[in-house]
Write a protein of this length. Sequence first.
Length: 454
Amino acid sequence: MLQVLNPATEELVATVPAATPADVDAAVARAAAAQRGWAAAAPADRARLLRRFAAVVDDHVEELARLEVTEAGHTIGNARWEAGNVRDLLDFAAGGVERLNGRQIPVAGGLDITILEPLGVVGVIAPWNFPMPIAAWATAPALAAGNAVLLKPAETTPLTALRLAGLALEAGLPEGLFQVLPGTGPVAGNALVEHPGIAKIVFTGSTAVGKSIMAKCAGQVKRVTLELGGKSPNIVFADADLEAAAAATPMSFLDNSGQDCCARTRVLVQRSVYDRFLELLAPAIEEIVVGDPADERTQMGPLISRAQLDRVRSYVDGAAESASGIRGKAPEGPGFWFPPTVLTGVAEDAPCAVEEIFGPVAVVLPFEDEADAIRLANATEYGLSGSLWTRDVGRALRASRAVRAGNLSVNSHSSVRYATPFGGYRQSGLGRELGPDALTAFTETKNVFISTEA
């Protein structure tokens, strides 16, 4: 059994049966049978059912949000956005069902066309940091492209996934088409990865686990999409609007208590404005409201678990001898609480400066000029996201080209939109999710040549 704890109180919320390899095997068989009928259905009918699924989710946004607050410790505002994002992803994907077009290619002696066909059964292994939306990133386009989906949620956050599967049935999706398999990574997750009936694995999580999954998929030449870690830069040039940059910085790494691969945890500030930026940043950090995630006023909730709390604390304690910085407030007593923390005076290659902490901790490092900023921005093994603050459009374009990351934002901290592609460079992952091509990532391209010669 999986035990689900409320991260804000450490109280037991629910126990959920953990899937075994036999459960996975049976689920694959059901999914394969359902997928054949789903793929044969008229595109308009598939689109209509996905829109109905979106409408049912919309009717249950508040319920899903409250469930997310309970199992993941997300603030209620964030949780409502997450549930709404699932709805929007389903609507967006439904719009692509009837536009999943092949091509007609000019060739000699006949007509050549391509056909996009579904892969079959897709395995999705979702993380605990954004349980609902990241699960939907893969599930919605995979279903829209004509596939069946088996979703394994994280051990700590299975409740919203199970509820979404129930809502899918309420909306009229066929039995077996979208199934949720709560379980541990080494058992249920591994069974999905190694099952010959799974055509593709979509995984979001740590780089180490992603590499292991990729290696196992290679043995079967199985497709894989990986969204892995990050250590994203927030580059503030001297010509930027410093007040706006400083005001936006806290939630760029404190959103979801810093448990976000896109968190801007490396704040790079041009030396000539470094001191002034810190003066502006300090009160913004100290004013962040950390507390009960169900309270509408709360900006930051707890970490997900005791293990994650210990991990975050180890990085800060490890930097304590040489570092100074800014520290906010957090509740005491039960719950996995850690205060908003900014570290200064650390070496640019210190563990806290280059490794993913996955908590409410950022480092601030000075740089000299544009070239030095780019050097520092690229001085990690990751390349997922990042921000650039400048009034110089030319510099913004040059730096955007030079920073090795898949998602960059100028004078903002935006990383994810369902209508635009998302994914990382280097150790941050493989492949792209979301955007106009999301459905094609779950298809095979078949080429058909028709001779017209007599």
